[in-house]
Design a protein around this ligand. Structure first.
Ligand code: ADP
Length: 494
């Protein structure tokens, strides 16, 4: 007839009470009409005659013919029937009473899950826990679902600290997978690494998850580049993410088991002012949550012999120290190297005859090669002149991913203009006659930096109208500041 509601504690009660618990079995699980009748009768008798003891109920049940006897748990499922709970039915897209065929599943080789990303939501609101400890939660999920196949899109529920949660499997990555391409299912093992995410309005906050920031990054498709202040570069950004960073999302022990080698360096190249530094800085921030170290090629160069090599060595010193003291727990060091061509021109191309330049290039290559053992460094090199760079720097294992950042197209220019005029629009400083699409159409071949310059210049025209040259002390009328289309057109002709 189903599972007793009383559970464990029912056993410790007196015999009279125990019999009541017995008859409080869930009636919705009693499907057989005869059993249902017995069940209802028993309940009525017990309600009207509470003095009836457990013993008499026992006699009543024991003398029923054996095939009419109340059955419990799995006994209630007959041959040829299969029992699924509501979540399982939804997952399998079947309803109660449907006929289904079942085949045994032989898992392929290498079917163990290395990483599983789960999205959490509440089932029962009420005494919701605001903060969930990722480590405790992962242990619980591993214990409860170990040796089960998890499929992306699958929903399942579990109880944690008295609250019911549902999770949906968002991503499943198998061990030994060559790349970080998500596969759709695998076997959860005791070693599967679990990343938790919470649905936006769930109010759930997952704490103690080292990869919290990274798991956000994992969902890169949802990135709002506009919020990051980057316009017109979404395909480049996605490309960089897929080729260079997907593996960085996971902690080192998982990466080892996935058999992936991190990309150690990427090269962003293209005309000046197109947003290379901007993008590298935002990526660095996303990867380890703080401003990355940005160095500039010409700054690293020193007129003293040997000093430049030392500067190059110093760049990597923090990462090396961290690795020595923290091992696998070391944080990621993102080093952004602007104008890398200044110190990494092809060897033999500078004819100063001293060989000093070549030894700087060698020093950098040695350091990058040494990064292999570090695994906690990501070098982002930037240049306007890829053709000047020493070939050896661009080989696999060094700055191996090359992404060209070009001048923005019309749509990109519109996005950049929107980003740079956003604030003045919010504060009603942008006149109604300003047409950003028209400005985007008129600014062919402008870089992001030049577009930013146009906006700044337009603002200066507007501000200039407010200033009286005769009386510089006259207070400004802030409310009447408006940047008009004419200001923008003047700025374009400047
Ligand atoms: P690069 O490194 O390619 O020479 P930067 O990233 O230094 O260019 O760009 C300089 C400035 O120009 C940025 O700080 C930003 O204000 C603006 N800019 C350039 N490209 C973009 C872009 N795609 N979106 C928004 N702003 C941009």
């Amino acid at each position: 007839c189903g599972e007793p509601v009383g559970g464990e504690h029912a056993k410790s009660r007196s015999s009279t009470h125990e019999s009541r618990v017995l008859l409080r079995w869930r009636s919705e699980k009693v499907h057989d009409p005869w059993h249902k009748a017995c069940f209802c009768l028993g309940r009525r008798v017990l309600r009207s005659q509470p003095q009836i003891s457990f013993f008499s109920i026992f006699i009543f049940v024991a003398f029923l013919p054996s095939n009419f006897r109340m059955k419990t748990g799995h006994d209630a499922i007959r041959d040829g029937q299969i029992a699924l709970n509501a979540i399982q039915r939804r997952q399998a897209k079947v309803s109660a009473g449907d006929s289904i065929s079942v085949a045994s599943f032989v898992p392929p080789e290498k079917f163990n899950l290395a990483v599983l990303t789960l999205e959490l939501e509440f089932v029962k609101k009420g005494n919701r826990n605001e903060e969930l400890d990722a480590v405790v939660l992962a242990q619980l999920i591993r214990k409860r679902f170990v040796d089960q196949v998890m499929t992306t899109g699958q929903r399942a529920s579990f109880e944690f600290q008295g609250t019911n949660y549902i999770f949906t499997v968002n991503q499943a990555l198998l061990e030994g997978q060559e790349s970080a391409t998500p596969l759709d299912r695998g076997l959860l093992t005791k070693e599967t690494y679990i990343i938790f995410e919470a649905t936006p309005n769930s109010g759930i906050k997952v704490v103690n998850q080292r990869e919290a920031a990274s798991s956000k990054l994992f969902k890169h498709k949802e990135f709002n580049l506009e919020k990051l202040g980057i316009g017109g570069l979404s395909s480049e950004f996605t490309d960089i993410f897929r080729r260079a960073f997907a593996s960085r999302v996971f902690p080192p022990h998982v990466v080892n088991r996935l058999g992936i080698k991190h990309v150690k360096g990427i090269l962003l190249y293209g005309p000046p002012g197109t947003g290379k530094t901007l993008m590298a800085r935002q990526i660095g921030k996303l990867l380890n949550g703080k401003d990355p170290k940005i160095v500039n090629g010409p700054e690293v160069l020193s007129k003293f012999v040997g000093e430049t090599e030392k500067n190059v060595r110093d760049l990597f010193a923090d990462a090396e120290n961290d690795q020595r003291t923290q091992g696998d727990q070391s944080e990621l060091h993102v080093i952004i190297f602007d104008e890398i061509d200044a110190i990494c021109k092809s060897r033999g191309s500078t004819r100063d005859g001293t060989g000093v330049h070549d030894s700087i290039v060698n020093q950098l290559l040695t350091k990058i090669d040494g990064v292999e053992s570090l695994n906690n460094v990501l070098l982002i090199g930037m240049t306007n002149r890829k053709d000047l760079l020493d070939e050896a720097l661009l080989r696999p294992g060094r700055l191996e991913v090359h992404i060209e950042i070009n001048l923005p197209d019309e749509n990109g220019r519109l996005q950049i203009l929107q980003i740079h005029t956003n604030k003045m629009k919010e504060n009603s400083f942008l006149a109604a006659d300003v047409s950003l699409p028209e400005l985007a159409a008129r600014t062919k071949n402008y870089s992001g930096a030049e577009l930013e310059g146009v906006v700044k210049s337009a603002v200066s025209y507007a501000l200039n109208r407010q200033i009286s040259m005769d009386d510089l002390t006259k207070p400004l009328d802030e409310e009447s500041i408006k940047v008009t289309m004419e200001d923008f057109l003047n700025a374009l002709h400047e």
